[in-house]
Design a protein around this ligand. Structure first.
Ligand SMILES: Cc1cc2nc3c(=O)[nH]c(=O)nc-3n(C[C@H](O)[C@H](O)[C@H](O)COP(=O)(O)OP(=O)(O)OC[C@H]3O[C@@H](n4cnc5c(N)ncnc54)[C@H](O)[C@@H]3O)c2cc1C
Length: 444
């Protein structure tokens, strides 16, 4: 869009039959739509108004998946219209480089054509990593793509890999009353987050009935008639109706012909780029999941826009790419931005903490979503906001209020802003005022 609006001739090559990418069809959108439906179910069961019904509501996993389909349909339609309005043709087919300035596009129905361009942006995304000794064609063994076509509600599931995708799906299935085993290869959940947040996530997942095991490693997967068994090197075994393998993703670069051009691809299938998303060939850029972390739709979108701005305008505001917030749609929802307490302590930064627990906020009491905390980390002397960590209902929305203040240059970046500002009442945003006052009161 950026290049088209800048007057360039642009075409998008897409091998799937519809636009939207993995984000719309297999990743962000279906998993978030599923999660929204599950939250509705949880709200219904928890809300006192419906207690007389005994919480009985029979909703199957396929029912929830059907809900996601309508969101996918709407997203595809919106995106398709944007391309049309901006005069960007979509060429359906699988692309590979056949020269430094030419790609061959092979159509699914047969036939191919060669296209030439001055500049290329590779945004081929990623796909679930499949170890060679696991049979992903078996109906009990799934990855995050195929779990979206599961046609029944299993009674139990083992999720192997407790990264963001594993934790999100564990939350969804726990709300559906499945027995969930969450098998983590690391020693704590989502260790890149603030410890207090991950402690809360572990606590609440366990509260939902999820069995969490840390520090495990898969030895083999055994598919049986009546279940699937995950055998771990520790000797532990986990038997369940289905297995969700959520352990790693690979960049989608196989067959793209990049190596033949001298463009480096690492062992994870990711394209090596510099801090301007340029590959070894200056006219070939790569953005999104195919270049590795943070592997978020939010960041991928910006990377594409910044690379396009560099091509069109000669430069871009790169600082924005560095400040990527994290939004994790578990139960409770999590979001964070900036430094953690662990990082600030290691860097010997004199910081203080301001906290607001959701249970003390009128809005949370009204909605019944009282689980959660907003935690502001700020510099003791300058009062600059250094980190925002939040879990609970709408955490991924709430974070952006703090993000605006944190992005300002000093003295604009100060938690005093929240103490001196009138917030609508009752709102969740008010958590900032409560947390700021709590933090300022700790100073001496
Ligand atoms: C379960 C799950 C949940 C997620 N949740 C979130 C979330 O809540 N928030 C968030 O920000 N991110 C989330 N993500 C991550 C997000 O989906 C990705 O970061 C994002 O989709 C990456 O965008 P992309 O454009 O790089 O690649 P993709 O969205 O994967 O798109 C790549 C496109 O390239 C096409 N393609 C590949 N090879 C070729 C070829 N040779 N020729 C032509 N076309 C080709 C593919 O068909 C695809 O359409 C989630 C991911 C998963 C798996």
């Amino acid at each position: 869009m950026k290049l088209a609006k800048s007057g360039r001739r642009v075409a998008v090559i897409e091998r799937h039959s519809q636009v939207g990418g993995g984000c719309t069809h297999w990743g962000t959108i279906p998993s978030k739509a599923l999660r929204q439906s599950v939250q509705l179910l949880a709200d219904y069961r928890r809300h006192p108004m419906f207690h007389t019904t005994g919480g009985h509501l029979s909703v199957s996993y396929p029912d929830l998946l059907r809900g996601a389909q309508s969101v996918i349909h709407d997203q595809v339609g919106t995106r398709h219209r944007h391309y049309g309005r901006n005069g960007v043709p979509i060429i359906h087919g699988s692309a590979r480089f056949v020269g430094e300035h030419s790609i061959e596009v092979s159509r699914a129905e047969g036939g191919a054509k060669v296209l030439e361009a001055d500049t290329f942006i590779v945004a081929t995304g990623s796909h679930p990593y499949h170890p060679a000794d696991i049979d992903f064609r078996h109906p009990r063994i799934h990855d995050s793509d195929s779990i979206l076509s599961l046609d029944h509600t299993p009674r139990s599931i083992t999720v192997y890999g407790a990264g963001v995708v594993g934790c999100e799906y564990a939350s969804v299935f726990a709300h559906l009353d499945l027995k969930v085993n969450l098998v983590n290869t690391r020693d704590r959940l989502l260790s890149f987050l603030d410890d207090e947040i991950t402690d809360a996530l572990s606590y609440h997942l366990r509260h939902l009935g999820v069995l969490i095991r840390h520090g495990e490693s898969c030895q083999r997967v055994e598919a049986l008639d009546d279940g699937v068994v995950l055998h771990c090197r520790s000797g532990k075994k986990f038997k369940s109706d289905v297995l969700l393998w959520a352990n790693g993703r690979t960049g989608t670069t196989a067959g793209l012909g990049l190596e033949d051009l001298g463009v480096a691809v690492n062992a994870r299938g990711q394209i090596e780029v510099d801090d301007r998303f340029r590959t070894a060939l200056p006219h070939i850029y790569a953005v999104g999941d195919v270049v590795g972390p943070p592997a978020l739709a939010s960041a991928s979108y910006d990377q594409g826009r910044f690379a396009a701005t560099l091509i069109a305008d000669g430069d871009a505001d790169w600082r924005l790419v560095e400040a990527v917030p994290t939004g994790i749609y578990t139960s409770p929802e999590i979001s964070s931005l900036g430094k953690t307490e662990r990082e600030l302590t290691a860097e010997k930064v004199p910081y203080e903490v301001g906290r607001a627990t959701f249970r003390s906020l009128a809005r949370a009491q009204i909605t019944g979503h009282t689980v959660g905390v907003l935690k502001l980390l700020f510099h003791r002397e300058t009062l600059a906001l250094l980190g925002i960590h939040c879990f609970g209902e709408d955490a991924a929305e709430i974070i952006h209020i703090g993000q605006v203040v944190m992005a300002r240059e000093p003295p604009g970046n100060s938690i005093a802003y929240f103490a001196d500002t009138t917030f609508n009442y009752p709102t969740m945003a008010e958590a900032y005022r409560v947390a700021a006052l709590n933090g300022l009161n700790r100073l001496f």
